[in-house]
Design a protein around this ligand. Sequence first.
Ligand code: ATP
Length: 196
Amino acid sequence: MNIGVYGGTFDPPHIGHLILAQQAIDTLGLDRVLLVPAFQSPFKTGSESLSVELRSEMVALAVSGNDRLDGEYHEAQRGGVSFTVDTLRHVREKQPDDTLFLLMGADTFDEFHLWKEPESIIALATIAVAQRPGVPLDLASHPYGSIAQLFEMPQIDVSSTDIRKRIHEGRSIRYLVPWAVEVFIASQGLYREHDA
Ligand code: ATP
């Protein structure tokens, strides 16, 4: 099977994440995509994120109803700083016969050469990158530009930062996150006091 591994903070998961995952399924011929909430991203200070338990719950709600999407909670359970290379090794061990694709948006790919063991990552998975509004993607000058596989997605100018800000300001997030995630956020009173 072709498996997409899609890491993020998912604080909260939004339609940009889901559309990216579904487009990867459709255009790269993937059988499944695993959304992997990071315990703590090496590039984001963990202190202002919601707990990994709450973010994992929201990921589970976001993927429910699409049998090609799943949450993968290895980073959440392991704790500490989350490195993609470790996660890919974990998936590879569990599913040795599958072909892995590592999915990301253009802003993440911009930093890819700074990650832990990028060479090991590209030996484990094909890097698949989607464009993101406001993020110019210059593959010619990127150290890993020649090995990245671009895939198309409708451009969605939504970020988790934007969602948190809207909630903080009392504005609507309807249709920007899946319905079940919106209900969960409201019922738990999430992000109202949260710094965007
Ligand atoms: P934040 O605003 O908190 O930084 P985010 O919206 O960028 O969050 P993440 O969970 O950090 O969300 O993103 C996980 C992955 O999804 C990253 O690879 C990112 O590039 C990609 N991504 C997120 N939103 C979009 C979008 N609207 N279009 C394309 N890619 C996206």
